[in-house]
Design a protein around this ligand. Structure first.
Ligand code: HEM
Ligand code: HEM
Length: 184
């Protein structure tokens, strides 16, 4: 379940390892890893794959009612883990330059992560089974009804931001491959 915050600790721990690798590259090359060079490029690609997994896997599990796919709540924990580690890797990929569309893509990424934390907070206010399904009966109290309405409202913001993010990311990637990789 989300209440323990285990996925946040895992993301934090892996974040430290990635920071260590980034620091190691910085110290050996004595410059900030560039987005188009080996390390910067690799963390951009790997981070983006994790972000794609974040976008797709939990939604797939949520729409598959079969429990043999693993608990929905575990998939949400994994969603949050990859939804933090992926954007962090992509942030290190930027080489701290945020020009043009790539900068806008980074902004969308930041917004979806912040929005995710808000959603996570509201999500934990709604009583659920271990699998993560809402428990209908107890929702007659007004505070809990409110949490449910807030969650529905939150979905109408979080999901479109995710879509805008992937549209701009794919244009950035197409442009980057064409200009920075193929034309070199
Ligand atoms: C959501 C994912 C991504 C975000 C937010 C992002 C963001 C950025 C940013 C902010 C920059 C620096 C732009 C500047 O110089 O001002 C950059 C550069 C670059 N990115 Fe990404 N990136 C992402 C994914 C990727 C992926 C998956 C690839 C590889 C296919 C990639 C390839 C590149 C390349 C090659 C550059 C260097 C461009 C150059 O030197 O002109 N990016 N990216
Ligand atoms: C790359 C970053 C992220 C992307 C692309 C993303 C995308 C999505 C999408 C598409 C959904 C809708 C799932 C569905 O109802 O089918 C969702 C739900 C959700 N996300 Fe994220 N997310 C990201 C990061 C995060 C983070 C960092 C957190 C928490 C800290 C988070 C927490 C949640 C929660 C609580 C839900 C609602 C689950 C539910 O109502 O069943 N997300 N996300």
């Amino acid at each position: 379940m989300l209440r323990g915050g285990r996925e946040l600790w895992w993301a934090f721990f892996v974040g430290i390892l990635i920071t260590g690798a980034y620091g190691g590259v910085y110290l050996t090359t004595r410059k900030i890893p560039a987005a188009s060079e080996l390390f910067g490029h690799a963390i951009g690609i790997f981070g983006f794959i994790l972000m794609l997994m974040t976008e797709v896997l939990y939604s797939l599990r949520k729409r598959t009612r079969s429990a043999s796919w693993g608990r929905m709540s575990s998939w949400l924990q994994f969603h949050i883990f990859t939804g933090l580690v992926g954007p962090y890797m992509v942030l290190l990929h930027t080489s701290w330059k945020f020009n043009g569309l790539a900068g806008v893509t980074t902004l969308f990424t930041l917004i979806i992560v912040v929005s995710g934390f808000i959603g996570r907070y509201i999500y934990t206010r709604i009583p659920r089974t271990l699998d993560g399904l809402e428990i209908e009966g107890t929702l007659s109290e007004s505070a809990l009804r409110q949490a449910r309405q807030l969650m529905a409202l939150w979905h109408t913001v979080h999901i479109p931001i995710g879509m805008a993010l992937f549209v701009s990311a794919f244009v950035h990637i197409g442009g980057a491959i064409y200009y920075a990789t193929l034309l070199k």
